[in-house]
Design a protein around this ligand. Structure first.
Ligand code: URP
Ligand code: ZN
Ligand code: ZN
Length: 460
């Protein structure tokens, strides 16, 4: 099978030029002006952007969490992602306390295998670091293609590890040149504030937001980067939301420490006014919560300064009836929101079209840096000869409006209902196969494959 994409404006994290791309089987075979080749399928991309398939480094599909499962499974979630130009996702395997990493990994592979439209990889979340877990780290890195280890500094009852476990994990992961990532918020302080608010009768979703003030994020971020500095491990802070926390990452440059950081599209485009809508605010109950406009500004700045390298979604949807479990107690609202489909179009419309980021930065944030940091580059994250032919053809003029009526998430509300966007994916190609063309699905579930990731030189 071969495809010739003609005359597109090819944009990577570093380049921007008009040329043809010839795809043979799963990879890019040639790039050049007026390529003289015949192909099974020719796509005219004149006037369109052609960029690498998106990589979402932070999603939770069919995740067991807060008493239920996130509502998108591997089939619906990777298809929604594909509609929005995200061809690879990195999901989180989560160790159960008292159990092995291996057991969790087998369970997650069982759910994902043969069900994905797009390619997928796994981080593994360590929730119980002990001698047995320690002995499994090498195997994960060297044989399972899992080079990133997620930690939670909050959710004390289920996921959080303490600082002693954190430094132990960091020392072990460093031995194998992996990377430790974290959900950086101070779980103890949050739990204290949650209990205090509930005791005072403050039960609405607004108090989810007020129980996780910015200091809970900046304190934990500072503690995490300090422990990473002490141990010398590669480190990455997930879903950063606030100015002061970002400053904790920025400051590490003073001591020549490199810390990678991620934000999510919702933190760049929404603000805390979403918590002023009574019970409807449960739609945006996620951790950390959405912050103030000044934090949005700080995040766009950090993205442009290279302090933050990736933009994810932390896609973790729950149906509205699940959210309503917390109608009389915000702490029972399952944390998370849908978004996997709209990362690229929101980043284009809110970022590129509004001149907040360049096109090269857009590609870097949505694809290239994740591939580099998490060991998939140059197989993924760019358009180059030999790379996987994961390609988006994007119509910058097409206007559309986000709605739960039309989105592909398995979720009965949208976190972005009514948002009007400029620019939309027209054609999506994954490993040499057209998967989406003008909203039509042209591949079957099961096409997506598990990507074993490498230890990578993390120069971003
Ligand atoms: O609210 C969120 N973010 N839910 C998913 C779990 C996490 O903390 O990333
Ligand atoms: Zn988190
Ligand atoms: Zn998450």
């Amino acid at each position: 099978m071969s495809i010739l994409i003609k005359n597109g404006r090819i944009v990577t994290a570093t380049d921007d030029y008009v040329a043809d791309i010839y795809i043979e089987n799963e990879t890019v075979a040639q790039i050049g002006k007026n390529l003289n080749v015949s192909a099974d399928e020719v796509i005219d991309a004149t006037g369109k952007l052609v960029f690498p398939g998106g990589i979402d480094p932070h999603v939770h599909l069919e995740m067991p969490f807060m008493g239920s499962f996130s509502s998108d499974n591997y089939e619906t979630g990777t298809l929604a992602a594909m509609h929005g130009g995200t061809t690879t996702v990195i999901d989180f395997v989560i160790q159960s306390r008292g159990e092995s990493l291996r057991k969790a990994l087998d369970e997650w592979h069982g759910r994902a295998k043969n069900n994905c439209y797009g390619d997928y990889a796994f981080h593994i979340a360590v929730t119980d670091f002990n001698e047995n877990t320690k002995a499994e780290i090498k195997e994960m890195v060297e044989n399972e293609g899992i080079t990133s280890f997620k930690t939670f500094m909050a959710y004390k009852n289920s996921l959080m590890i303490d600082d002693k476990q954190m430094v132990g994990l960091m020392e072990e992961v460093k031995k194998y040149d992996g990377i430790v990532t974290t959900h950086a918020t101070n779980g103890e302080v949050i739990d204290y504030l949650v209990a205090k608010n509930l005791k005072a009768g403050n039960t609405s979703p607004l108090y989810h937001y007020l129980s996780q003030p910015e200091i809970t994020e900046s304190e934990a971020t500072g503690r995490f980067v300090d422990m990473a500095h002490q141990t010398g491990v590669n480190s990455y802070v997930v879903h950063m939301t606030s100015a002061d926390a970002v400053d904790k990452v920025r400051m590490t440059a003073r001591r020549n420490q490199k810390v990678f950081a991620e934000t999510c599209v919702q933190y760049l485009v929404l603000d805390a006014s979403v918590y002023e809508k009574g019970i409807e605010s449960a739609k945006w109950v996620m951790s950390p919560p959405i912050r103030e406009k000044k934090d949005q500004t700080a995040l766009w700045t950090a993205v442009n300064q290279g302090v933050i390298q990736t933009v994810a979604t932390d896609h973790c949807p729950f149906m509205w009836d699940e959210k309503l479990r917390g109608k009389d107690d915000f702490s029972k609202i399952p944390n998370g929101a849908p978004g996997i489909e709209h990362r690229l179009d929101l980043m284009y419309s809110e970022g590129v079209a509004k001149h907040k980021i360049t096109l090269n930065k857009f590609v870097d944030l949505t694809s290239t840096s994740s591939a580099k940091i998490f060991g998939m580059f140059p197989q993924k994250g760019t358009i180059a000869v030999g790379s996987d032919a994961d390609i988006v053809i994007f119509d910058t003029e097409k206007k559309h409006t986000i709605s739960a009526q039309t989105h592909h998430h398995h979720c009965d509300y949208s976190a972005y209902e009514g948002h009007e966007l400029t620019g939309k994916c027209e054609t999506v190609i994954i490993r040499g196969k057209v998967s989406i063309q003008n909203d039509k699905v042209l591949i079957n579930k099961g096409y997506g494959k598990y990507i074993k990731r490498n230890k990578a030189p993390r120069i971003v």
